[in-house]
Design a protein around this ligand. Sequence first.
Ligand SMILES: [Zn+2]
Ligand SMILES: [Zn+2]
Ligand SMILES: [Zn+2]
Length: 135
Amino acid sequence: MTNLLKDKKLSETPFRKEVLAIFKNYKTAIPMAVIERDLKDYNRITLYRTIKIFLEKGLIHEISMTGESANYALCLSDCSATVHHHQHVHFKCTQCEMVSCVEVTAFPSLQLPDYKIEQLEIQASGICKSCLQGE
Ligand SMILES: [Zn+2]
Ligand SMILES: [Zn+2]
Ligand SMILES: [Zn+2]
């Protein structure tokens, strides 16, 4: 866990480790409210600053589904602020409302004439694995 911070050349403060540990606890993307709930003791400004640094360093990425508050999920180790190497779809479950990063074997590539794509995000919604299994 500490390596993640080191890899991104971030100093390993106890608070950063704590926030990172929360991300690792969840298999889904999490909104700010969940991070706030899981932190025992925190300063709101420090938390927002930490999230901002994590985003800037490509440690986490933001997922904004239309009309929803943002969710955050851990990135792959080779992500940077400008280039994200995600081969996954953001899936929102209509039953449990969890947002997850779902890896796909063949991520579609898209060419836009006269445009340079730096990031391509695919969002999908439906019923997630655990909700399907729970039925
Ligand atoms: Zn990323
Ligand atoms: Zn679900
Ligand atoms: Zn994702």
